[in-house]
Ligand binder design. Structure first.
Ligand code: AKG
Length: 290
């Protein structure tokens, strides 16, 4: 794939919003053909070994049980009702995801927002909430999962569907990226911390009513949100009976970022040669920009 340019430049106001609020929504910036080209790779990812069924994990943790056995048809595709599926590092298995991460408009957008002359891929993720998914995405901070230190780190969240609050738009705690607390990662569908990790537990902002400003964005394919790796965020389930919430989330690192082991956070075999303080190498962290 040749490099694809954004449909428009990132504005100064958007860059300021990213650094002020810890998140920005960029409207109408990704071409429709690019998103259409990722529909089948996402379906392939959903049945690959890189995916975890987060709903089943949530059930096991809560020892509850909900009816997820009925499939529904959406746009001619049979989808398993009520399932939240998530995977990471699809780029290692599926070349379309590597192309998407390094040749799509995302690296140019990230370079502008991070004010970074270089951009490297840290990881990608497919995050699908099928119609009727009950699981919330627990409030968490991405940096707590990343073996990275630095300030120029962000996550791009690219919807393939129209996404609204009731289908699971991501909810961001405005300004939380300015908080330097070291947080623990959690199990994603529950506030329960990952065993063996260190740091403070991320508060459940739904319990802290009125004490934080939470924003979410209704988005169309072609829009994306970008949040700072310290920004605390979560999402509701997908209450719709018919609408899927498919998203590709790609996480990037800029100039000031170095490797930094985080005890207990998930490790990656392709980072096994990395030592704390190392600059990010090209084989473990593909170069995306320039
Ligand atoms: O898609 C979701 O529900 C959560 C997304 C998220 O946490 C991320 O991409 O960093």
């Amino acid at each position: 794939m040749d490099r694809i340019a954004p449909l428009r430049d990132v504005t100064d106001a958007e860059i300021e919003a990213f650094w002020r609020d810890g998140v920005v929504c960029l409207r109408s910036i990704l071409p429709a053909e690019l998103l259409a080209s990722m529909v089948q790779p996402v379906e392939d990812a959903l049945v690959s070994t890189a995916m975890a069924d987060l709903s089943e994990m949530g059930d096991a943790l809560a020892s509850g049980g909900v009816d997820r056995v009925v499939d529904v048809a959406v746009d001619g595709i049979r989808v398993p009702r009520g399932h939240f599926k998530g995977g990471t590092d699809h780029w290692l298995q599926q070349s379309e995801f590597l192309d998407f991460a390094v040749r799509s408009p995302l690296p140019a957008i990230v370079s502008a927002l991070l004010r970074s002359s270089t951009v490297r891929l840290y990881e990608d993720s497919v995050l699908v909430k099928e119609p009727g998914t009950q699981e919330r995405t627990a409030f968490h901070q991405d940096l707590a999962y990343f073996h990275l230190a630095g300030d120029q780190i962000c996550t791009t969240w690219v919807p393939l569907d129209t996404v609204t609050a009731d289908t699971g738009a991501v909810r961001f705690v405005v300004g939380s990226h300015l908080d330097r607390t070291e947080y623990r990662p959690n199990l994603f569908v529950t506030t329960m911390a990952l065993p063996g990790t260190e740091g403070a537990e991320v508060p459940d902002y739904d319990e802290l009513k009125g004490e934080a400003r939470i924003i979410s964005f209704d988005t169309e394919p072609g829009d994306l949100t970008v949040h700072h790796a310290r920004t605390i965020h979560g999402a509701n389930g997908n209450a719709s009976a018919t609408r899927r919430r498919r998203a590709i989330s790609v996480r990037y690192a800029g100039d000031d970022v170095r490797f930094a082991t985080r005890a207990g956070a998930p490790t990656k075999a392709h980072h096994s040669a990395m030592r704390d303080g190392d600059e990010l190498t090209v084989d473990g962290f593909p170069s995306a920009w320039p």
